[in-house]
Design a protein around this ligand. Sequence first.
Ligand SMILES: [Zn+2]
Length: 327
Amino acid sequence: MGRRQGRLVLVRTGVYECIRSDQAYLFEVTCAASCFSFPVVRYATKIVTRLYYHGRSLSNQYRIVAIIAAALACGDPVEPPLPTNAVRMLAPRAYTLWWRLTETCSRIAGDLESINWYVVPGAADITVNGRAYQGYSWPRTNTIVLAGQAVLKGPLVRHEMLHALAGREHRREYFIDRCDGVVACTDDCAIEAGAPAPPPSDASEIPATALDVMIRIDPAQPSITADSGWIALIVEATNTHPFPIWARLTPVNEGTAAFSTFGYTVDCITACAGGTEYEFVYQDRIGFGSGQTRRQVFDRRLDPGTYQIRGFFNSDTTTSATLMVYP
Ligand SMILES: [Zn+2]
């Protein structure tokens, strides 16, 4: 029997090309970039299926070679096991909104319905590979596990959603450049993705009131029936100058070291739980790149009623938007 030769090429769309000569196969698996976001096992299975489809039956020896080659070409196929105490969970209704926010900032479309949600009830964190996390995602199997106490923490849940859309790595392009302020990025993420780059220390300084501040509310007509009353308050501040600047902040109170940044105030027209929430830093200025918009998403759950909502960035406040939350 002659020596078997041929070439099997993986291309991004998942089409496999088997180039044959001498009636036989020699596997040469080329890994496309998308290999990293797809289950290697699925690739390997497809390789085998495809080769069968080409009308050739492979010996076990060749099938094993194909699987090993795919695994080597496409990275570590082994994902850590799910926490043993995780149980299946139906996605809360707020997740439809949070998924949409994550799709919008990342500019990647995905299918929320395809995510397998798990929760460890009541837990403050979950253990994966011996380490504690509030949530962890297994992009290859579209699985997300959350600690019970983190199920309704929007930035954290959106962080895991972003993994489902953009893959296991904390790529700066997604976690900082596109989705900073929408998804949480601390600990491993902050180390891997890096903090937003500051402007030069001698860049011009402007008062925070010279920034363009706006607020968007999503959805525009929330209701208890449709989304349990959850809304996203998206506060944005833009440096309208064509050069980097430092925005000079005023302190929260005279003589304190805390300086507010993004925030919002809910004023009630009908009886409701209103209030103010804001982020703050311990520094008296904050940097913006040329023309840069920075944003922060706040998640609130409101009872039916009518509200006036303002966004602010430090001492710069937007005009009030009237919001009705329907039963
Ligand atoms: Zn992460």
